[in-house]
Design a binder for this molecule. Structure first.
Ligand code: ASP
Length: 452
């Protein structure tokens, strides 16, 4: 059995709906389908989820939200008519939206989630109808009835462990089941959504729950590329990568697949196959537990800007029991999560994301480090990018660091930090954010062009 998830761009209009319908019906193993809300039809368009947020915001601001609501209904009406479905389906969607809009709005997060979830919920109903109209045996299922139970953190739901057992019955359902992505129900029965882009998470949870043979993730690219095409035009496609490689790449900015979506399928050992709705015969990219044949080369290069480093030095730091704990305690007390902690004998840097480290937080943290840890020096460096080369080969191929450093040197890029330490599949370099693109290109030349 295959679980197939279709992203927003795959469902943006009637043409896309037809492509998805044909992909589903072309393979009898595609029996559990997860859909996003209709996405953008072009560069200037708006996703249905964003239209729904605008609708909710209008109501929260005390306005009627009628215009915003009509914009959402129009998107569904265009699809329904385009695939030849009856208007009463659209009336049902309009009624559903009005019902949600009339829900109590005193709890902002709860109200927003109820509205946001309408995007995928109605899309799933429409897709089930579209499949049925084509003669397939298809039905919509509600995450509540199916048993997707999540924590009550609005906009940031986590799947509760009992969901897997509860959802496993979907493996035995007859015909095609269409399941809306992006949201579940709290134990109290309240709609709660995952973070944005979270329909991938739903698909992964279902694939793990029904022990699918493969989790197909249909999007709008032929394959995952070895580097960001905005930085490296014509970057080559990646046919296969392991979970660990994908995790490292998505950490540092690979946006193809939601980061959190890997965990359930990874633990269940279900391979992921990323495919293109607009070109379904392209081979796509497979994410596998283990690679059969050893790949003796770097799998990919990723990078992300927006980091900063809190550098701390203290003579004889290595002899001071508990120094690291006390330092990280300060970071924790201020509500920050840290990313890396490269360290030396008498110094340590704590790397954090800049977006959670404003000037006020900086003053507070630096002050506390100075006072409470009696350090010789503490300073903050902003504007860092982390550039990573990723590959299982790192465990056994000699000389990768030398090649990467040589590539940086030839491109005149100064390395602010190197972190390879505990991970076996990646090597990370801190560079100034304005040298990020040049650093990625230098690595691409070294590991992908010079290797050919
Ligand atoms: N529709 C949601 C979003 O735009 C979830 C998703 O598409 O994965 O974030």
């Amino acid at each position: 059995m295959k679980v197939a998830k279709f992203g927003g761009s795959s469902l943006a209009d009637a043409d896309q709906f037809r492509k998805v319908r044909d992909i589903i019906t072309s393979d009898p193993e595609r029996r559990l389908i997860v859909v996003s809300a209709p996405g953008r039809r072009g560069a200037d368009d708006t996703k249905v989820t964003d239209l729904l947020i605008a609708c909710a915001e209008a109501r929260l601001a005390g306005a009627s939200a009628e215009e915003e609501l009509r914009a959402v209904v129009a998107r569904y009406a265009e699809i329904a008519r385009g695939v030849g479905l009856a208007d009463d389906l659209v009336d049902g969607i309009a009624e559903d939206l009005r019902g949600r809009l009339a829900a109590p709005a005193d709890d902002r997060g709860r109200f927003l989630d109820t509205m946001k979830a309408a995007g995928e919920d109605n899309c799933a109903k429409l897709m089930a109808a579209c499949l049925s109209a084509a003669g397939a045996e298809a039905r919509y299922v509600s995450p509540r009835d199916a048993g997707l139970v999540v924590s009550d953190e609005f906009g940031n739901a986590r799947v509760l462990p009992e969901s897997y057992e509860r959802l496993s019955h979907l493996a035995d359902a007859a015909g095609i089941t269409v399941f809306p992505g992006f949201f579940g129900y709290s134990p109290e029965g309240v709609v709660v959504t995952f973070p944005r882009g979270g329909a991938d998470i739903t698909g992964a949870v279902l694939a793990a729950a029904v022990k699918a043979d493969v989790y197909e993730n249909f999007t709008d690219v032929d394959a995952v590329l070895v580097a960001d095409p905005e930085i490296v035009p014509n970057a080559r496609p990646l046919a296969e990568l392991t979970y660990r490689e994908m995790r490292e790449l998505s950490y540092a900015g690979f946006g193809v697949f939601h980061e959190e979506a890997l965990e359930p399928v990874f633990h269940a050992g279900v391979p992921v196959h990323i495919k293109n709705t607009n070109n379904p015969s392209a081979p796509g990219t497979r994410i596998v537990v283990d690679r059969d044949s050893a790949l003796d080369r770097v799998a990919g290069i990723a990078s992300d800007a927006g980091f900063c480093s809190i550098y701390v030095s203290k003579y004889m730091m290595n002899r001071e029991v508990g120094f690291g704990r006390r330092l990280l305690q300060i970071i924790e007390d201020e509500g920050l999560s840290y990313e890396h902690t490269p360290s030396g004998i008498d110094n340590i840097s704590v790397i954090v994301r800049e977006k959670q480290f404003d000037a006020e937080t900086e003053t507070m943290i630096v002050g506390r480090i100075r006072e409470q840890l009696d350090v010789d020096d503490v300073s903050v460096e902003r504007g860092l990018a982390l550039v990573m080369i990723v590959g299982e080969c790192m465990r056994h191929v000699v000389g990768i660091a030398a090649r990467a450093c040589g590539a940086f040197a030839r491109a005149g890029i100064s390395i602010e930090m190197i972190n390879q330490g505990s991970t076996e599949v990646s090597m990370m370099f801190g560079v100034k954010a304005d040298e990020n693109a040049a650093a990625v290109r230098a690595l691409y030349r070294e590991f992908f062009e010079n290797d050919d």
